[in-house]
Design a protein around this ligand. Structure first.
Ligand code: CTP
Ligand code: CA
Length: 225
């Protein structure tokens, strides 16, 4: 499935990127989800493709267009995202950007849950979703380079370092998603690159620029691998 004649530092390399939120159904008309526009993940998929990579983007529900030059698989739930990602292995690199819902509703209802007049609201029991980054980071067909994100509202460095180790990633892109930063849903991002080599602070820039720089860093790292 390599693009014939692709040029650039990532030509001949296959990449998997996840992006957007996942939606976990409560019943046929309701869901729980994370906040995510898909802008950062989609921009990374496009930037990797511009460097010549053969990119499969696995996207949760977003309102932005599929990026050009990329094969996009649309999914809704975390479990569907995991299956789609694993179906693309082996691959040379994986960048997990999706804001995957950590929990799904255990035993989602087949029929719309009706209000129980006077009976009070229903209680939702949650079950833990698969950790897709961790699955890929410890996979028998682990890509040579595995990149994750860490969305935090506190203790950014410490949490990102823990995620690097726990999930078996080579790089973690850490961002502060506190509401006042405007990162969630916005067009700009300020990230730190966390790896075994230490923590690198990138200045505030557009999500497209973050994608561009990250794709270049990935190409450099794979070049040495
Ligand atoms: N991730 C994933 N599958 C999940 C949860 C997270 O692939 N079920 C990935 C995200 O795409 C991201 C990284 O793991 O690349 C970190 O996600 P984050 O939500 O920050 O970490 P969690 O491990 O879920 O920890 P917490 O939400 O408790 O901070
Ligand atoms: Ca999470």
């Amino acid at each position: 499935r390599l693009l014939a004649g692709a040029k650039g530092p990532l030509a001949g390399r296959t990449a998997i990127v996840t992006s957007g939120p996942t939606h976990e159904p409560i019943d046929p008309v309701r869901y729980i989800a994370n906040r995510s526009s898909g802008r950062q993940g989609h921009a990374i998929a496009a930037a990797l493709a511009r460097l010549g990579a053969d990119v499969t983007l696995v996207s949760g529900p977003v309102s932005i267009a599929d990026p050009s030059g990329v094969r996009t698989i649309h999914v809704e739930r975390a479990e569907e995202m995991r299956v789609a990602v694993e179906s693309q292995l082996p691959a040379d690199l994986a960048v997990m950007v999706a804001a995957v819902a950590d929990w799904r509703v255990a035993g989602a209802a087949d029929q719309k849950i009706k209000k129980r007049h006077g009976g009070g609201p229903p209680t939702l029991e949650l079950a833990e979703n698969p950790d897709i980054l961790k699955t890929v980071g410890h996979h028998p067909q682990r890509p040579k380079l595995v990149v994750g994100f860490a969305a935090e509202t506190q203790d950014l460095d410490q949490n990102a370092l823990q995620k690097l180790q726990r999930k078996g990633a080579d790089l973690i892109v850490a961002n502060d998603v506190s509401p006042e930063t405007g990162v969630m849903g916005g067009r700009r991002n300020r990230v730190k690159i966390v790896s075994a080599n230490g923590i690198q602070d990138w200045p505030d820039m557009s999500k497209d620029e973050v994608a561009e720089r990250l794709a270049a860093l990935i190409a450099e790292r794979l070049g040495d691998a």
